[in-house]
Design a protein around this ligand. Structure first.
Ligand code: FDA
Length: 307
């Protein structure tokens, strides 16, 4: 019941000010966010790499209101990629981009976001790494997949995210299960209506399993974005069944979630990547993590009572 309320709160400016201003919030935020700035993000990446875990970095910034803000977000990624290149981390770290942060939601936002993402793909290619386009609410899926198709003409390894809770996703998975196509499969983190998305946990899990099978059977590069032990086990079984070697798919988990499992998979010789968010605009991301799991919320609330 709390999940929908927290997802609604993630879009409220009033609650944003309240939560962001509370002094007890910070230690909890630090569990899920690598830091406000680039130096902290790079330090987190180095620590992960030392543990055998690769990274995809997300510079936090959603809901831009003008093109100048979209350009600032794009430039933050260009600085990030320059730093990854300078530090020799391009072989182990890529970037994840939310097109809303590049202006997708503005009038003429599709072209603005495409232009920004193109610049970022070029900078990524220059240091030998890749970009993955995060997926946001269902109204953005067509635009995001169209931008992906444009980007893949010059940068075929640009990745997409598919959300298993959307009823359309099995078809999208079939279309993207092709040679060279990198697809991160997640359950989905936004509040969506029943007309477009499965609502029960059971239906979402079943849809995830169906989509995972399609991606693992196909010719692309599946990225299993889940902390769910059942999905991880299924992915391992499917990889064995389809004769996939370890470099032909990877696991992905969020920074700060199931760290021990991330290290265990790495120690088993499996490719695992942590999604590392950083930046001052952490509110929306943080609230979605609280909405996903009561234990995360309990951890947050406990910090108010144990200060
Ligand atoms: P779910 O939340 O259903 O949890 C299933 C099980 O996993 C739990 O029962 C428990 O066993 C285990 N588990 C989960 N969290 C745990 C924790 N904190 N500690 C211990 N065990 C835990 N969404 C989106 O809409 N667009 C996107 O672009 C992305 N991108 C993205 C990237 C990556 C790398 C990941 C991992 C996830 C996303 N997501 C996302 C978020 C995704 O849609 C989803 O909301 C979360 O991953 C939670 O779903 P799970 O598959 O982890 O299972």
């Amino acid at each position: 019941m709390l999940g929908p309320a927290l997802l609604a709160a993630s879009r409220s400016d009033r609650i944003r000010r309240l939560v962001s201003g509370a002094s007890v919030t910070r230690p909890v935020v630090d569990r899920f966010i690598a830091g406000d700035g680039l130096p902290e993000a790079l330090a987190a990446v180095r620590t992960l790499i030392a543990q055998g875990v690769e990274a995809t970095l997300d510079h936090l910034g959603e809901d831009v209101t003008d093109a100048a803000q979209a350009h600032r977000n794009r430039d933050a990624y260009l600085r990030l990629l320059e730093a990854l290149g300078r530090e020799g981390l391009g072989g182990h770290a890529e970037v994840s981009v939310k097109l809303s942060a590049f202006g997708q939601g503005l009038p003429d936002g599709h072209d603005l976001a495409l232009a920004g993402a193109r610049r970022v793909c070029e900078a990524a290619a220059a240091i030998g790494t890749t970009v993955t386009l995060d997926m946001e609410d269902h109204t953005t899926v067509d635009s995001t997949l169209a931008i992906l198709a444009e980007l893949r003409r010059d940068h075929p390894r640009t990745g997409a995210v598919l959300q298993a809770y959307l009823r359309r996703t099995e078809d999208d998975a079939r279309a993207l299960a092709v040679e060279g196509s990198r697809v991160r499969l997640v359950k989905g983190a936004y509040k969506e209506p029943a007309s477009v998305a499965y609502q029960s946990r059971r239906d979402v899990n079943l849809a995830y399993a169906r989509c995972l099978r399609i991606l693992m059977a196909g010719d692309g590069y599946p990225m299993i974005g889940s902390h769910d032990p059942r999905m991880i086990e299924l992915a391992v079984r499917l990889a064995d069944g389809y004769g996939r070697s370890s470099g032909t798919y990877e696991f992905q988990m969020l920074y700060g979630i199931r760290d021990a499992e991330q290290r265990r998979l790495a120690a088993e010789g499996r490719r695992i990547r942590a999604y590392v968010p950083y930046g001052a605009d952490w509110y929306g991301y943080f609230m979605r993590r609280l909405a996903e799991r009561p234990a995360n919320l309990a951890f947050f609330l406990r910090s108010f009572t144990t200060r």
